[in-house]
Design a protein around this ligand. Structure first.
Ligand SMILES: [Fe+2]
Ligand SMILES: [Fe+2]
Length: 184
């Protein structure tokens, strides 16, 4: 990676921390559309932060909000399905050899579509209950746990193409994604 320094907060309100990453995803998607940007570096940065962010939401945030009855199990599972769709689109982007091809541009737009949909829905249906149904103290506790797990995954290079392949394969096994022949 060249110019991209991914912020690594260690504490804060989980809602604010998650929103900051969502804005970072949008900035990185913009760079992926910019022919003058280092698009290989932007892709590597987006993969790293997207995987660390989503996996940490699934292990540290969604289950906790569910236990506190802030969100339903259906909302948590729907979030996981949308992560799986985003991860599948991310994998297609990582598999592009060149960054100045139509294939790359199409893969960026597919990922942008999946991601924009998910962050909109997550902000409305998961972060809103986190704002209103749990205390400031809980949000700070979840912020710390989520940030620690996100940083651990960033250190573990969770956004490498090999690991993204594993995550997508596991999502298929768990039925979070339609079978390959049903994708279109
Ligand atoms: Fe998120
Ligand atoms: Fe998410």
């Amino acid at each position: 990676m060249t110019d991209y320094e991914i912020p690594r907060p260690t504490s804060g309100d989980v809602v604010e921390l998650i929103l900051e990453d969502h804005r970072l995803f949008e900035a990185l998607l913009r760079d992926l559309r910019d022919a003058t940007a280092d698009r290989a570096a932007a892709r590597a940065a987006l993969s790293a932060v997207l995987i660390a962010h989503g996996e940490a939401e699934e292990s540290k945030v969604y289950p906790n909000l569910e236990r506190k009855d802030a969100i339903t199990d259906h909302e948590a599972e729907h979030g996981e399905e949308e992560h799986a769709e985003g991860n599948e689109a991310l994998l297609a982007l990582l598999e592009c050899k060149g960054t100045d091809t139509q294939k790359f541009d199409d893969a960026v737009e597919d990922l942008a579509t999946a991601l924009n949909h998910h962050i909109g829905e997550e902000e409305q249906t998961i972060l809103n209950p986190a704002r209103t149904e749990v205390s400031e103290e809980v949000r700070a506790d979840l912020g710390e746990k989520w940030a620690a797990e996100r940083n651990r995954l960033l250190d573990a290079d969770a956004g490498s193409i090999d690991n993204v392949r594993k995550i997508v394969a596991k999502a298929h096994e768990e039925g979070l994604l339609p079978a390959d022949d049903e994708d279109e």
